[in-house]
Design a binder for this molecule. Structure first.
Ligand code: ADP
Length: 392
């Protein structure tokens, strides 16, 4: 059965087509700069990537070209072969603790939740509507970034602020990267042969940690928005909220400008003044750049603090997992983190840690907690949920 997993942004559209239940990726691709001029797309099939330039005024036009590509590459013979389209939807609020079959009510609710994710939910829905129009017979399924974290206890998800902020306005910790953390939970269940206590470290451009017990999220570091928790590539993570009016006063910046500073000019980039990309930070550290060294120390310390918090919250841990761009690839960042955990008898095996983008146990045999690198796969989670709905 052929299933599409889709991630639509305001000017982009990424897709992977799966043969299910085998979970084989048949074709994948990305459309970029939709509706803003200079658009192009890349298609990957049988390990071969091709880039084509073509003007797309809308996501529907991109989906039409996507279908043409599926047919001309003989991935499908007709549209009816696409049985399901699973969409990544960023914010499901408290309404969705699981993936859902998309109907008019769901679209309306996701639209209403746009107030919590103004950059993402409306863009995700543009993708949904484009596929509904072009592939009308497929089952459309929505998979939320927030859903996995709906199992958190209220003592974890509430902020110590006036309670009516929660009841009236929905102010609480929602958490993100749910599909990635859920993938780590399910893959670790396969590896360890049961449900254990996992600290999942999704460290990419955006970064969040998740404490997983019995396959469920019990705490996570992102909050009301994805700018909470860890220091990230260009996001500050947790700060004292009163910095905001103070800086507005000092610089004359507007509220939006300061929020933009916290999202786009902070983190690795803000501290180092070099880059938001950990590869650039690593290169600068090699050259002895002091700001880069400081940025890396701060970055690592925040991750270590959250690991320690979740270790205590779960009364120990059975595995720590590194995933996403930095987690899968940065040997030195993983080493700095795990070397800071020696008082918990958690130890790295440097030879095992010499790995990028590949599943591997990287802790030493005498480590009290197993440490793994597991490449994340959010798309396969979308494909699985979509397939399961069709199969039911
Ligand atoms: P996103 O949050 O955008 O999905 P990714 O998970 O793809 O991000 O992570 C992207 C980040 O991963 C890059 O910005 C970079 O910091 C880091 N990264 C990618 N490859 C490497 C590498 N080989 N070494 C160190 N860091 C890497």
């Amino acid at each position: 059965m052929k299933i599409l997993a889709v991630n639509a942004g305001s000017s982009s559209l990424k897709f992977q087509m799966y043969e299910m239940p085998e979970e084989t990726v048949l074709i994948s691709g990305t459309f970029e700069r939709i509706g803003i001029g200079g658009s192009f797309y890349t298609i990957k099939i049988n390990g071969e990537k091709t880039k084509k330039e073509k003007e797309f005024k809308s996501h529907s036009e991109a989906v039409a070209t996507l279908i043409d590509e599926l047919i001309s590459n003989k991935v499908i013979a007709s549209l009816d072969e696409i049985k399901g389209v699973g969409h990544r939807l960023v914010h499901g609020g408290e309404k969705y603790a699981q993936s859902v079959i998309i109907n008019d009510d769901v679209i309306k609710t996701v639209d209403e939740l746009s107030e919590l994710a103004p950059l993402h939910n409306p863009a995700n829905l543009i993708g949904v509507r484009a596929f509904m129009e072009k592939v009308p017979n497929a089952l459309e399924v929505g998979c939320f970034d927030t859903a996995f974290h709906q199992t958190m206890d209220e003592k974890e998800y509430l902020y110590p602020v006036p309670y009516e902020w929660y009841t009236k306005y929905g102010v609480r910790k929602y958490g993100f990267h749910g599909m990635s953390h859920n993938y780590i939970a399910s893959r670790m269940k396969e590896i360890l042969g049961g449900d254990y206590r996992i600290i999942s470290c999704h460290i990419g451009n955006g970064a969040s940690l998740c404490a997983i017990k019995d396959g469920k999220s019990i705490d996570t570091s992102m909050g009301f928005t994805p700018n909470a928790g860890l220091m990230m590539g260009s996001r500050s993570g947790d700060i004292d909220a009163t910095l905001i009016p103070f800086i507005m006063n000092k610089t004359g910046e507007s509220l939006d400008e300061v929020i933009n500073d916290l999202n786009k000019k902070s983190g690795y980039l803000g501290v180092s003044g070099i880059s938001s990309d950990s590869r650039d930070i690593e290169a600068a550290i090699e050259e002895g750049n002091e700001k880069a060294i400081l940025a890396q120390k701060m970055y690592v310390e925040r991750i270590v603090n959250y690991i320690a918090e979740y270790y205590l919250e779960m009364n120990g841990a059975d595995a720590i997992v590194f995933t996403a761009g930095v987690g899968e690839n940065s040997i030195s960042t993983r080493k700095a983190i795990i070397d800071s955990l020696s008082s918990l008898n958690i130890f790295l095996d440097d030879e095992r840690n010499n790995v990028r983008g590949k599943e591997q146990l990287i802790s030493s045999d005498n480590s009290s907690v197993k440490v793994y690198v597991i490449p994340t796969d959010e798309e396969v989670m979308i494909a699985r949920d979509t397939y399961n709905f069709i199969n039911e």
